[in-house]
Design a binder for this molecule. Sequence first.
Ligand code: SDX
Length: 418
Amino acid sequence: MSVLAPTQIDDILAQVKKKAFEETANEPEPKLTGEVKWPVTAEIGRGLENAVTNETKVGYVNGAKGWLNYRGYDVFNLSQFSTFEETSYALLFGAMPTAQQLKEFNEKLAANRKIPAKIIEIMKMYPITETHPMISLSIGVSLLSTFDRTTETLTVEAETEVAIKLIAQMATLAAAVARIRSGKEPIEPDKDLSHAANFLYMLNGKKPDKGAERVMDICLVLHADHGMNASTFATMVTNSTLSDMYSSIVTGIGTLKGPLHGGANEQVVYQLEEIGNLDNVEPWYRASREAKKKVMGFGHRVYKSYDPRARILGPLVDIFTADPEIKRLYDIANKLNELVCAELGKEKKIFPNVDFYSGLVYKAMGIEIPMFSVIFAVSRISGWGGRVLEYLKDNRLFRPRAVYTGPMLAEYVPIEKR
Ligand code: SDX
């Protein structure tokens, strides 16, 4: 799998950024920003649409323009100039690190990447090959908490240490799950490799070239945070009860697994394989519209424009099209993208989201499809951690209401008379 040199990848990112800002310059300015005076009035749709949870400085999803920032830095710049480690530091601590701070953060990640051997043993005891890797990941995180006696001290400092440990260990856990599923021995992390390079090394058993490392690092940066998405909200709900970071992250993993959320990246590739060839794209799309089926990898609760992450991930797939299988699926994807944007894009502002191309990048890197949502979690742990910690500083239990439509004072009839 030959990948371009990092400088060639930089050129692609620079072109994508220029095109994105040109195309969206005149889109309306963002909403839901600035000072909040509680209580807030909002017109709330089903599924908590437009509901406001809290004030945040962690990041912002600009749905109208299709822009995304973490701590104010847009993802085009972060993909081009930052790394997953530096981005994770900013998500957790609120600012980009100095060279010394990043050095210490990297040392802490390296010191915590290994996972207890007992966890590997336990992972070999249950039917892991029949179990979705996201379930195995949540088992792994729960097991990590049994080896960490700090779990019960719920201070921001203690929870921050847990978040850093989990950022380090999720990649190791994920790689171990993939290796054990395929009957191979897990590989221990290499202290001299970056997070992205370590993840690929622990997955494949060989150190990646600089291009592959760069592509994986960009994927990890792009998936790290995304406003109040379902899994982030879930982690915050759990932590708002003053439970603990491990339990909150287990909630997040379970939520991200769903095909309407992080699990969509797997479904997209199954969908492309089901379409099978270019000639069948239109008939397949017509049939899915007829059947009112959702096209996986499209649509978003907030973006009513092209997801900036899809703008970057699409050209990254192109890097791998020397592989005929990737070229075949990529051509089908682009044809489907064209059809959906021309119709659903116009009718309902439905465009590609982050999941549309991400799976093709992972497939091109030799990763099995059920692992795709796990990679999402390996990255999103940083956004989950950043937002859980931010909310913990001024915590209030999340407790919404449901609208009751049942009887008020039903008469109790003894069972013999029913
Ligand atoms: C992620 O929230 C985040 O930020 C998530 C995420 C992150 O980084 O955390 O961005 C990651 O989860 C991306 C989304 C991945 N999911 C998919 O690709 C699954 C397919 N997409 C859809 O299921 C849907 O678009 C959602 C779930 C993503 C959003 O759905 P909403 O906001 O609840 O919208 P809806 O289901 O109410 O649909 C509104 C209309 C409906 O048509 P009508 O009934 O009004 O005629 O749009 C249609 C829907 O049928 N529609 C689609 C569609 N998505 C919405 N029609 C066809 N294909 C689709 N994909």
